[in-house]
Design a protein around this ligand. Structure first.
Ligand code: AMP
Length: 456
């Protein structure tokens, strides 16, 4: 998600911001601009480059914009789910984009339907739009705050009207969201890597439970909830975010390297060479190798022309995808005892294939080391891991996992090791959400997580 207020080239800058954030979602993209009188939208299915060309951007004239790269969870592919969504009424228009997941979306939608609402999509953006319209009579901030207070989950929202931009982050700050400056303009982004691309400077983190109002009058901060302890998603550090981003003042590459160092302390392997699964595991592999004084080598090469879009939701296609995406380097691994570092194991597809590949390329032994704890619980907060039965580590011992993936040994980083790698300064960074690894869910619905409806 990316937004900008107060720049004559708002759409173009949003395009560059979304380009830097493409790793967060490849299934669709969209930009809405405001020219002060009206909102204009262009969006479509596919990568940003497939959806936008210069002619689209030239038509999106305005001084403010919000944009979104769409990440599919629960197979919610299709144009109608691509954001932002624009809602028009007699009193004005609003565009909405969000990331994350609203856990009580099903219930809220039912209540609104009972009151006469009709929905076009199952998205949380449409749900918020209805809650805002129903909330009606006070100031816009109060209306938005009232609507957000009814939502339970992990989310970040951008809302654009003709004359204001609103920015909100969930009460625990589970999803990342940063505020920056580009000259006189304000910019907001899921990750700071987008600021670097456009030459903006980081101003501060959007705070848990904060609602920002940005307009020509400047910026105003209010709260729609009591500030809870920040619980930024650990998977953002482990896998999701770009290494050059800083999340809550902690650089992602540096935290991954520390994960590798901690992993090496906890689970050293007798080996000749360390290799990482490109790209997200390379930082951890470097840390692991450095800590043990072993050579780090490019034992696996990634084909850059296979996007994640190519990897379809069926298991068969996923396996084919891994084969096309990664190749072993025979000259590096042949006859060697190889430590294969991956950042995480979800379904096990990648590990199974890679261990097999490395052995076929002549590796004498393959020791799998995972730079995060075993994922044993579903995520209800917006990462696409929604059922326990698809998780290879759920209900299996370490020896069983080793046998399933065909490795000579397997070890994971401990939860304490992960926390140590991420939280380097407790005054700044208060905590992480590692519910998928520990089952400690910071946000619960009626005392238990409920994924009966995802809200995406
Ligand atoms: P799997 O092959 O299902 O075990 O998934 C693990 C691999 O996918 C690892 O190599 C990770 O780098 C990557 N990964 C981890 N989390 C996710 C996610 N939420 N979506 C897509 N890929 C992921």
């Amino acid at each position: 998600m990316f937004g900008i207020w107060g720049h004559p080239k708002a759409a173009e800058i949003t395009y560059y911001g979304l380009h830097a954030l493409q790793h967060r979602g490849q299934e669709g993209a969209g930009i809405v601009v405001s020219n002060g009188e009206d909102l204009q939208l262009h969006k479509g299915v596919g990568l940003l480059n497939d959806v936008f060309d210069r002619s689209h951007l030239e038509k999106l004239v305005g001084h403010a914009a919000i944009g979104h790269d769409h990440y599919v969870t629960n197979n919610d592919t299709g144009f109608e789910n691509v954001q932002p969504h624009v809602f028009r009424s007699q009193t004005g228009s609003m565009a909405l984009a969000h990331t994350g997941n609203i856990m009580n979306a099903y219930k809220l939608r039912g209540e609104l339907e009972d009151e006469g609402s009709i929905f076009q999509t199952p998205t949380a953006t449409e749900l918020l739009a209805h809650l805002i319209r129903r909330n009606g009579k006070s100031t816009v901030e109060e209306v938005i705050a009232g609507a957000l207070q009814r939502m339970v989950g992990a989310y970040a929202f951008l809302l654009l009207t003709e004359d204001k931009m609103y920015v909100a982050l969930d009460p625990h700050g589970i999803r990342p969201l940063s505020l920056g400056r580009l000259g006189e303009s304000y910019v907001v982004s899921s990750e700071t890597c987008a600021f670097d691309i456009i030459g903006a400077t980081f101003e501060r983190e959007v705070l848990p439970g904060e609602l920002l109002t940005i307009s020509d009058e400047g910026i105003k901060s209010t709260r729609f909830s009591l500030r809870e302890q920040r619980r930024l998603c650990a998977m953002e550090y482990v896998y999701f975010s770009r290494p050059d981003s800083d999340l809550n003042h902690v650089n992602v590459h540096a935290s991954r390297k520390r994960m590798g160092i901690e992993l090496a302390k906890e689970a050293p392997a007798e080996a000749d060479v360390v290799t990482g699964v490109p790209d997200s595991s390379i930082s951890a592999a470097i840390g692991y190798a450095e800590q043990l004084g072993l050579p780090y080598e490019m034992g696996l090469i990634k084909n850059r022309y296979v996007g994640r879009t190519f990897i379809q939701p069926s298991q068969e296609m996923r396996e084919q995808g891994v084969k096309m995406k990664l190749s072993p380097v025979r000259g590096i691994v042949e006859g060697k005892r190889v430590v294969m570092i991956d950042d995480s194991i979800v379904r096990g597809t990648t590990s199974i294939r890679i261990v097999r590949m490395l052995k076929q390329a002549g590796a004498k032994e393959v020791h799998v080391r995972i730079a995060s704890p075993a994922i044993t619980n579903p995520c209800y907060y917006g990462i696409d891991m929604s059922t326990k039965k698809e998780l290879i580590a759920a209900g299996r011992t370490l020896d069983e996992i080793r046998d399933v993936i065909g490795a000579d040994s397997v070890a994971y980083l401990s939860a304490a090791g992960l926390e140590k790698a991420i939280i380097k300064d407790e005054t700044i960074h208060q905590g992480i959400c590692n519910a998928c690894m520990t089952g400690d869910y910071p946000v619960q619905l009626d005392g238990k997580p409920d994924i009966s409806y995802s809200g995406f």
